[in-house]
Ligand binder design. Structure first.
Ligand code: GDP
Ligand code: K
Ligand code: MG
Length: 276
């Protein structure tokens, strides 16, 4: 059996450090964004299974606006890795989970590597891993890639997920959007054809169609009746929420993330610079 695991995450969350640790290669690690624009591939060492690991460019979102986003998004959607390993910088969890909310909509297996745990712990903060897993609906493995901590467990868990009989994934049942948006998305979902399904994961497709993602629209070529429904739905929601569709969707992702964080992250209290 051979497997493909893609490392996906924000710039500077430790993807290349993780890639080097897992594959034994010596790619340049740098404390600035944009080091990786091309994807890099290597083989996981210390495992008897044939595991290809892919280090993808750092991204904040699955939108189609930057070269990094397009490369990473296309790889995930078209090459269909067995598991997306979403590397999350634990010290910057709120911003990092924004991408996570999009990955769990894809309906492909996701395992979260909660990285930089060493830095989080030395700061005195705590994250309740089982609670975070429950909120996100995907496995979460704490790691410190620079110290090779948790990395073996991460690959073991990813193998387990890749080999498990369940093809779908738990994260799909997690609701990120409020009732009204969810209702509209469900309605659009009922128009997604089996042909569309082969191109893009349906939940991802409906959100992107609603947001007016040009690449997704060009690729799916919704018929005129479907396109009209998308346009009227977007117009109606933009009027009701008094905002543009992409902002509405982003706001709701952040509301979901605040809820997740309030339930699973415990920050060391600090008052006027003094810790209490
Ligand atoms: P990438 O942009 O996602 O590929 O991130 P890099 O692997 O280049 O890492 C960015 C910075 O974070 C580098 O200075 C790494 O040494 C550092 N780093 C990576 N993983 C960890 C970790 O688990 N803990 C700490 N403290 N630093 C890390
Ligand atoms: K970097
Ligand atoms: Mg990198």
């Amino acid at each position: 059996m051979s497997f493909k695991f893609a490392l996906v995450g924000n710039p500077n969350c430790g993807k290349t450090t993780m890639f080097n640790e897992v594959t034994g290669s010596t790619q340049h690690v740098g404390n600035w964004p944009g080091v990786t624009v091309e994807k890099k591939e290597g083989k996981a060492r210390r495992f008897k299974e044939d595991i290809r690991v892919i280090d993808l460019p750092g991204i904040y979102s699955l939108s189609p606006y930057s070269l990094e986003e397009i490369i990473s998004r296309n790889y995930i959607l078209e090459e269909k890795p067995d598991v997306v390993i979403n590397i999350v910088d634990a010290t910057n969890i709120e911003r990092n989970l924004y991408l996570t909310t999009q990955l769990i909509e894809l309906g492909i297996p996701v395992v979260v590597a909660l990285n930089m745990m060493d830095a989080l712990e030395s700061r005195g903060d705590q994250i309740d891993i089982p609670r975070l897993e429950k909120q996100l609906g995907v496995p979460v493995i704490p790691t410190s890639a620079n110290k090779a901590q948790g990395t073996k467990e991460l690959i073991e868990k990813s193998l387990q997920v890749a080999q498990s009989a369940a093809t779908g994934q738990l994260g799909e049942s997690i609701t990120i959007f409020d009732e009204q948006i969810k209702k509209s998305l469900d309605e659009l979902l009922s128009f997604i054809t089996p042909q569309c399904n082969q191109v893009y994961p349906p939940r991802f497709a409906t959100v992107k169609l609603l947001e007016g993602d040009e690449i997704v629209i060009a690729k799916l070529q919704p018929n005129s009746a479907f396109m009209a429904l998308i346009t009227t739905t977007r117009g109606r929601l933009e009027q009701e929420y008094d905002n543009d569709m992409e902002t509405i969707v982003a706001d709701q992702r952040y509301q979901f993330i605040s809820k997740v964080i309030s339930k699973s992250v415990k920050k060391k209290l600090s008052v006027g610079g003094l810790t209490v």
